[in-house]
Design a protein around this ligand. Structure first.
Ligand SMILES: Cc1cc2nc3c(=O)[nH]c(=O)nc-3n(C[C@H](O)[C@H](O)[C@H](O)COP(=O)(O)O)c2cc1C
Length: 340
């Protein structure tokens, strides 16, 4: 029942949304730290249907719906999250050393638009903790696990990549969180090129780069030119895939730091437009993971039609609940029928 979108919307979500967002997340996390509960509640369904299987950088995924980076920053809950029907799950973003992130309030809801604005700034228990979690039963079986890494210095990011790579199926390099000013250093093509070169020296697993968002179609935009130059660097370095994209920078006085990143339905159309443009730029030489406002099977279908191989979900999980991956895969198999 807890995985039923209707039950979540009418019973669970009102209770969770009565709490401040980070408090609500702690309550949900309490459940997700108990994988046996979710295995017991799990039911077989469309997520295993052969028609949904996709190849992502040589990995066979049971379906194209992934859990995006940032929900389980420290690899504490992946076994439970993987049992919700995702085709893959991302842990992280992991940084080299523990850090607490930005001051609160740092997550706010925009309920009308089923969106969030966050300025978390990478709260993380650090690389050593993530390694320990992955080595001590934090890996789900049967569902590929990706690890998201980041940092503001080449050496730190390379260390995170080296540390996580043996324990995950693929690594996503996050150069695009709007909440860590120093991170933008890797949004400069020369700096990204140096970083990718260093990562490639020790690389044995697929690598994805998570791009910063821009407004597609805005031909004169300096940001668009820069992001497309980053795409060129990724292709030159043989990056397997691009995640398009991250939260959209926005100002909001309710956040302690005054600005953050917008996610959820409010950015969906921009995600689809950017996927199409990046697909045209790559000509299919790198896979695309669409991230931004994916809530339904129809959203997934549109992102895939625009050129994505997979879609990733985060804000949708908070608004639509733990049944979202199964709802999306069910809707992809029977368009126009299911749906929350
Ligand atoms: C609360 C929150 C935390 C996030 N943390 C991370 C993170 O640690 N690393 C990362 O690459 N993206 C992070 N993101 C961005 C998401 O992975 C995703 O790219 C973005 O939210 C757009 O997708 P969505 O609309 O499905 O949420 C975070 C987003 C939210 C809302």
């Amino acid at each position: 029942m807890i995985q039923s979108p209707a039950f979540y919307r009418s019973v669970v979500r009102p209770l969770l949304f009565a709490l401040p967002p980070e408090r609500a997340q702690s309550v949900a996390d309490f459940g997700f730290r108990r994988p046996w509960l979710w295995r017991a509640l799990g039911r077989s369904s469309g997520e295993w249907d052969e028609r949904l299987a996709v190849d992502l950088a040589g990995m066979k995924l049971r379906n194209p719906v992934g859990l995006a980076a940032g929900y389980d920053k420290n690899f504490d809950m992946l076994p439970a999250l993987a049992s919700l029907g995702f085709g893959y799950v991302l842990g992280g973003t992991v940084v080299a050393r523990p850090q607490s992130g930005n001051p609160s309030p740092r997550v706010i809801r925009d309920r009308r638009r089923e969106s969030l604005i966050n300025s978390l700034g990478f709260p993380s228990r650090g690389l050593d903790y993530a390694i320990e979690r992955l080595e001590s039963g934090g890996r789900p079986s049967g569902v590929p696990v990706f690890g998201s890494v980041s940092g503001v210095a080449v050496g730190d990011v390379v260390r995170c990549h080296e540390g996580l790579q043996p324990l995950v199926d693929a690594v996503e390099l996050n150069i695009s969180s709007p909440n860590t000013a120093g991170l933008r250093v890797f949004q400069e093509p020369g700096a990204l090129s140096e970083l990718l070169g260093r990562i490639n020296d020790g690389r044995s697993k697929p690598l994805f780069v998570k791009l910063p968002p821009y407004d597609a179609g805005d031909d004169g935009s300096e940001l668009r030119e820069r992001v497309l130059a980053l795409v060129g660097e990724c292709l030159r370095h043989g990056t397997d895939g691009l995640t398009v994209a991250n939260t959209h920078p926005t100002k909001d006085a309710r956040l302690a730091v005054g600005e953050g990143g917008l996610s959820g339905r409010a950015i969906f159309e921009r995600t689809v437009a950017m996927v199409a443009e990046v697909r045209a730029e790559t000509g299919g030489r790198a896979a695309i993971n669409a991230s931004g406002g994916i809530f339904t099977g129809e959203d997934a279908r549109r992102a895939i039609e625009a050129g994505a191989t997979t879609v990733q979900v985060l804000t949708g999980l908070i608004y639509r609940g733990p049944g979202i991956a199964r709802a999306i895969t069910g809707e992809m198999l029977a368009p126009g029928q299911a749906g929350p």
